[in-house]
Design a protein. Sequence first.
Length: 100
Amino acid sequence: VWDKIRWYTDKRRYQNLPVEWIVEKLNPILLGWTNYYAHTNSHRIFRKLQAYTNSRLRKALRYRRKKEGVGRYRDLPNHILYKRYELACIGMGRIEYCWS
């Protein structure tokens, strides 16, 4: 799952496609993986996976804006990723639709 997230959030590979398309590809990966492991005690790995996905998507968005480097969290906080781009939120060990 980590490789798929890395593939779809590559900042140069998909720089000309809309962010919504990238999120549309990421959400089924995140939700499917979360549904499969929902019956186990895996909340720590869910949080790590959510943080990894958020940082990769944030890095790709910063690259599009021509802001290189890690940057600041406040430029694109998590709630923007969840509300505006409708990224799935799995960090609590259960699926939350943060945009609804």
